[in-house]
Write a protein that binds this ligand. Structure first.
Ligand SMILES: [Zn+2]
Length: 334
């Protein structure tokens, strides 16, 4: 059993408080590989941003749970080596689906966990979230819970259609569970194919998806003033990366994400954590495809993973500075 504080990690409580008050959002980037981890840390250090590094159940299956935990510990040491004296790095479990999984992560040094009981009947969701909160809070680990269902596919999480969060439930849910933040469903979704072309409108040759349900978000904010809100499934699926992938032998059809202006607007509200996973996958794949197509003789993974890492770092910095506004928001710079 290890506590996250001994690993130099922090929980989300203070950074969320500052983000809600300051009208910006903390980036939550998923990672499975060393290159993603390095790119996230380099981007966070360069921009002086707090950052949430999150691990899904699928990531634990892919990379091994122990390795990922040591990578997060390594991330703190690496940030310091890069010159950041007081990095604020959260190691978060994304979409924990059982109490046992959350407990396992807490016991091995995670500073934050999500318990996703959103697919369960309401009372069962409350009971499961409360059980995780009661365990987590003994160790000062923060807990994210979810109300409402997001459509799309993310590792093992998938739902055919979304169900928007019901604002009339949020006070009861947050009070009874004691959760520290709430993931809501207002029109974002998992994966790189968030909308069908039929759901979109064509504006100047670009497919524009339906806007997020800001009315629901504002209603939730009114009911829970200052309470940290989380948006999942918030990649914007940049067309230049999709085009690069397709230009160099890929075949991604009708990939559509959330427009960055809408995420920028959401960041200014009580939304204080924005999850981005697909954009990192796209940035990595685009750079690897381009490199291998242009250098068919290369076979050292470092030759194509280096530009992949650079491209992800550029994307992370762009999100932090131009979309979420968390640059320069480390406690030590304020
Ligand atoms: Zn998610």
């Amino acid at each position: 059993m290890v506590n996250y504080k001994d690993l130099g990690l922090v929980n989300t409580r203070e950074m969320f408080k500052r983000a809600v008050a300051g009208g910006y959002a903390i980036p939550a980037f998923n990672f499975n590989t060393m290159e993603q981890m390095q790119a996230i840390v380099m981007a966070a250090v360069e921009t002086k941003s707090p950052v949430i590094m999150q691990v899904s159940k699928g990531a634990r299956n892919y990379a091994n749970a122990t390795i990922l935990r040591y990578m997060a510990e390594g991330a703190v040491a690496y940030a310091k080596e890069l010159g950041c004296e007081h990095p604020e790095i959260v190691l978060h479990l994304d979409h924990g689906d059982t109490f046992e999984l959350c407990k396992d992560c807490i016991d091995m040094g995670f500073s934050s966990v999500m318990i996703d009981g959103s697919h369960l009947p309401y009372e069962e969701n409350v009971a499961l979230a409360k059980k995780v909160v009661d365990y987590a809070h003994q160790f000062d680990v923060t807990v994210e819970a979810e109300l409402g269902v997001l459509a799309g596919v993310e590792d093992e999480v998938s739902a055919a259609e979304s169900h928007y969060t019901k604002p009339e439930e949020v006070i009861d849910f947050s009070t009874r569970t004691g959760c520290d933040s709430l993931a809501i469903s207002i029109g974002t979704s998992h994966g790189a194919h968030k909308f069908t072309p039929e759901q979109c409108t064509l504006v100047n040759g670009v497919l524009v998806p339906p806007p997020l349900a800001f009315d629901i978000l504002h209603e939730i904010e009114t009911k829970l003033p200052g309470f940290p809100i989380v948006l999942h499934g918030s990649s914007s699926v940049p067309m230049d990366e999709v085009n690069t992938i397709n230009q160099f032998g890929g075949h991604l059809e009708a990939a559509i994400g959330i427009p960055e202006e809408q995420l920028r607007e959401a960041s200014k509200s009580a939304v204080c954590k924005i999850n981005i996973d697909s954009d990192s996958r796209l940035a990595m794949t685009a750079a690897i495809r381009k490199h291998l197509a242009e250098h068919p003789g290369d076979f050292d993974p470092r030759q194509y993973l280096k530009p992949a890492r650079e491209n992800m770092k550029k994307m992370y910095i762009h999100k932090i500075v131009n979309v979420l506004g968390s640059d320069g928001k480390l406690a030590c710079c304020e």
